[in-house]
Design a binder for this molecule. Structure first.
Ligand SMILES: NC(=O)c1ccc[n+]([C@@H]2O[C@H](COP(=O)([O-])OP(=O)(O)OC[C@H]3O[C@@H](n4cnc5c(N)ncnc54)[C@H](O)[C@@H]3O)[C@@H](O)[C@H]2O)c1
Length: 439
């Protein structure tokens, strides 16, 4: 079985099935199509399937021209018909792994995908889970579901875990340029997964088990969450002392070893950093252990939107203005610069806090033209307003929440009365600095 798959991977006749056509799935398809593989994309969201079939993308960093080029080269099809999961030789799973309302891991998408696969699993298929999850998921959740098919892992079919490390909006790294860690349930599974990714990805690092690969991804994201919490905590201290945290970090990063720069912000956002550390916390509780470091980081980071609003209230107060009735324009709803992804963005919490306090609020985001419905936030339907001189000068405060490159910060500062900058986005602005405060 493995030899047949090996030769299909090596001559690129293997069909790659990608399950979950989102921020991770689409760049992955691009990486495989670029080197000549044919991909079949699966998603339960029919509207996404239809748009892709029509050559239209819904993700900024995989433009529609790219999707139509896959289709015209006959290298891509999308479908919501999960009975076709038997067609591809390889299945790469990129479905969401969120938290439940009680902040425990929600593996419902992973489990339902595994259930669908087990109904059609056939000899010779390689299945790789790419979704971020806690160590043991592949062995203890996926494998038992696949066992029901009657097929034997390592003999009939092959199973591995390889975490996705996609960094949307980062022009320096696309899916194929980011080294990939791979852990197989057995040696053959690992070898096949390594062979597959090596065809499309710059470097592949085999590790001894799926648990190592799962833990590796969670370590990477927890490392970020903890270090961001550290600079956020120091921001509050240094702010009080009149010391600019951004200048401090920039100075510290001149040390050629032993220091990596992390920057403060208005809170954590995105699908990974605010969520993944809680997968580890949950796992530790199951083991009778506490992960105090991680919980503390979560606490510090989740207090940042409140801190920003307390600073904004203070600065407006200094001008004799209450938040109630003040005109405020929030810049940036995406969770980080240059992406169109609003998931877990702290901007929604900033918005909620401002609306609760009676602010007269508008927003602008060049990448998010209207506010999507958010599961955890109650914000009204709003459209991005145009950033004109008149609009800016009519605001009591312009609050920079996301430092998109598309913004002309000189123009923003020039035409605003007061700018609260949570990202140090205005660092190069020379004229009108007296109007800028950081928080
Ligand atoms: N977005 C990132 O930057 C990033 C980076 C690294 C890792 N990850 C991880 O990758 C995984 C996917 O994240 P994403 O950002 O691509 O999510 P996404 O929400 O953008 O895409 C997931 C897609 O899966 C589809 N889906 C859900 N259940 C399905 C099912 N049973 N069958 C088929 N399709 C199904 C959804 O409709 C959606 O289109 C998550 O585990 C995430 O933590 C994300």
């Amino acid at each position: 079985m493995s030899q047949e798959l090996e030769s299909k991977i090596s001559d690129k006749s293997a069909v790659i099935g990608v399950i979950g056509l989102g921020y991770v799935g689409l760049p992955l398809i691009n990486a495989f199509v670029k080197v000549g593989f044919r991909c079949l994309g699966f998603d339960v969201d029919q509207s996404k399937v239809d748009r892709l079939q029509a050559g239209e993308s819904y993700i900024k960093h995989v433009p529609s021209e790219v999707v139509s080029s896959w289709i015209s080269a006959e290298k891509f099809q999308s479908t919501s018909d999960l009975s076709r999961l038997s067609e591809p030789d390889v299945l790469l799973i990129c479905v969401p792994t969120p938290l439940t309302d009680s902040r425990d891991p929600d593996l419902a998408y992973v489990e339902s995908t595994a259930e669908s696969i087990s109904k059609t699993l056939r000899a010779g298929q390689l299945v790789v889970l790419e979704s971020t999850t806690y160590p043991t998921t592949t062995r203890e959740i996926m494998l038992p579901i696949f066992k029901r098919s009657g097929l034997i892992c390592g003999d009939d079919y092959f199973l591995a875990y390889s975490p996705e490390r996609e960094d949307p909006g980062n022009p320096d790294y696309s899916a194929e340029g980011i080294p990939k860690v791979v852990g197989g349930l057995d040696e053959t599974s690992c070898q096949l997964a390594v062979q597959l990714y090596s065809q499309a990805i710059v470097k592949v690092i085999p590790v001894s088990s799926p648990e190592i690969a799962e833990a590796c991804k969670i370590l990477e994201n927890t490392y970020r969450a903890v270090n961001i919490a550290l600079v956020n905590e120091l921001k509050v201290l240094f702010d009080r002392m009149g010391i600019d945290i951004w200048e401090v970090v920039d100075a510290a990063k001149t040390k050629p070893f032993g220091f990596q720069a992390f920057y403060p912000g208005p809170g954590l956002g995105g699908h990974c950093i605010p969520i993944d550390p809680f997968y580890l916390t949950w796992l530790a509780r199951k083991q009778g252990l506490m992960t105090r470091f991680i919980e503390l980081a979560g606490e510090v980071n989740s207090r940042m939107p409140e801190y920003v609003i307390s600073q904004l209230t203070k600065f407006l107060n200094d001008e004799g203005k209450p938040v109630r009735g003040s005109k405020i324009c929030l810049l940036g709803m995406a969770y980080k610069k240059d992406v169109d992804d609003p998931r877990e963005s702290p901007s929604f919490e900033l918005m909620e806090l401002l609306l609760e306090r009676g602010a007269d609020l508008v927003y602008n985001d060049p990448h998010i033209h209207e506010l999507p419905k958010m599961r955890h936030y109650d914000v009204p339907e709003m459209k991005s307003c145009e950033l004109t001189e008149d609009l800016l000068s009519a605001q009591d405060c312009v609050l920079i929440a996301t430092d998109h490159t598309a913004y002309d910060y000189n123009f923003i500062v020039k035409n605003s009365i007061f700018v609260l900058d949570t990202r140090n986005a205005t660092k190069s602005v020379k004229v009108g600095r007296e109007k800028i405060r950081k928080a």
